[in-house]
Design a protein around this ligand. Structure first.
Ligand code: PLP
Length: 402
């Protein structure tokens, strides 16, 4: 048992001492972590509030109802299902609610910025449905005309937008018009951008989409889990059936309580400031790389892509491994039209949701661009670079105090 406690302490140290630039991660608050680790884990509650298959659900009924109410308030929607165990499961629940096997799904592929659950050949989504992928334009942005053409030709059941490594704002109104024209459902996967929407830092797509899925652990800063939102009463009935008993069994009421806490935190003015601060830090770092002459995607969100091949003559994997040695945690990422394999890639995805939670200021976002640039160019040795990283982490809020 001691081994496990030691590993937890070591992981805490790692989180405090490394600069986390992974765009899909964040640091949950003490209260969120407290509920996620609470005695609510002891309770079985198959079903939904007031319609359970177990006794003793009075308190978890209230907790889940509160989570639903706060999710609806946060995103300005009528209905929410807070039970999905993860973002991938939220997507599976939606597909199963809205499509029959072999129906057509029109989405962006993984290598261009989509997600495994958007129809990757190695994922259930491509095994159950007929998947067609649109691709980005040469400028790395969505090509709405192409999506329109493909939608007219294919008549998909679902058009899916919302991605893992797309740095720009998505025009959901345009996609809504396309979906309505061809009689498709428009589904938004807002896993990455949910926190920016909740914090009113980017436009809310909910008025334009039939259904939205999300994770709760990325920019939203909640516990690890999933979420489904809609304004359509017929759709929520289908989603609820698809979630339980369709895909999942007993809901994780401890995680649902932590989600309720996260939604309440996200309704505060402090959180709105945080969401706006993420955008400032991300743009500051992106623009500093550009000033240094490096090739970056540009950004309107919490992330951008750095082309390490063109900037430093090395793959994303080499850059990720090198940066790990000086305490910068980041992930290699395929760039649009990348010729390298997913395990190698030509670049990095860099995000600022996590460091902004630790109180990182724009000057340090700029400084990070300089450290990465100088170190990957070979102008800064490993010892000096590690020292500079330490000088930043020592100024940040400790992860256990967030
Ligand atoms: C756009 C998008 N959707 C879904 C998911 C899946 O979330 P999970 O890892 O919780 O299954 C991710 C995760 O990175 C994502 O980026």
């Amino acid at each position: 048992m001691e081994k496990l406690f030691t590993l937890l302490e070591e992981e805490k140290k790692r989180q405090n001492e490394q600069l986390n630039l992974i765009a899909s991660e964040n640091f949950a608050s003490k209260n969120v972590r407290m509920f996620a680790g609470s005695i609510l884990t002891n309770k079985y509650a198959e079903g939904y509030p007031k319609r359970r298959y177990y006794g003793g659900c009075e308190k978890v009924d209230e907790i889940e109802s509160l989570a639903i109410e706060k999710a609806c308030e946060l995103f300005g929607v009528k209905f929410a299902n807070v039970q999905p165990h993860s973002g991938s499961q939220a997507n599976m629940i939606c597909y199963m609610a809205l499509m029959n096997e072999h129906d057509k799904l029109l989405s962006l592929s993984l290598d261009q910025g989509g997600h495994l659950s958007h129809g990757s050949p190695v994922n259930f989504s491509s095994k159950l449905y007929e998947v067609h992928h649109y691709h980005l334009g040469k400028d790395g942005r969505l090509d709405y005309e192409l999506i329109h053409q493909m939608a007219k030709e294919l008549k998909p059941k679902i058009i899916l937008a919302g991605f893992s490594s797309y740095p720009f704002i998505i025009d959901f109104k345009k996609l809504h018009d396309i979906a309505k024209e061809v009689g498709a459902y428009l589904m938004a996967d807002i896993a990455h951008i949910a926190g920016l929407i909740a914090g009113k830092a980017i436009p809310n797509p909910l008025p334009y989409v039939d259904v939205a899925t999300s994770t709760t652990h990325k920019t939203l800063r909640g516990p690890r889990g999933g979420l489904i939102l809609t304004n359509d009463e017929e759709i929520i009935k289908k989603i609820n059936k698809s979630c339980f008993p369709g895909v999942q069994g007993g809901p994780l009421e401890h995680i649902i309580a932590a989600k309720a806490m996260c939604f309440m935190e996200d309704l505060s003015p402090d959180y709105q400031k945080y969401a706006h601060d993420i955008l400032v830090n991300t743009k500051t770092c992106n623009d500093e790389f550009a000033l240094l002459g490096d090739v970056v995607s540009g950004t309107e969100t919490h992330l951008f892509l750095l082309n390490t091949k063109k900037s430093f003559g090395m793959s994303g994997k080499e850059a990720e491994d090198k940066l790990a040695k000086i305490g910068i945690t980041v992930n290699k990422n395929m760039l649009p039209f990348d010729e390298e394999k997913p395990a190698i890639t030509s670049g990095l995805r860099i995000g600022f949701a996590a460091l902004t939670s630790r109180g990182l200021k724009p000057n340090d976002a700029k400084f990070i661009a300089h450290i990465i640039h100088d170190y990957l160019k070979g102008d800064l040795d490993i010892y000096r670079a590690s020292g500079l990283v330490k000088s930043i982490t020592s100024r940040l809020i400790k992860v256990e105090n967030i």
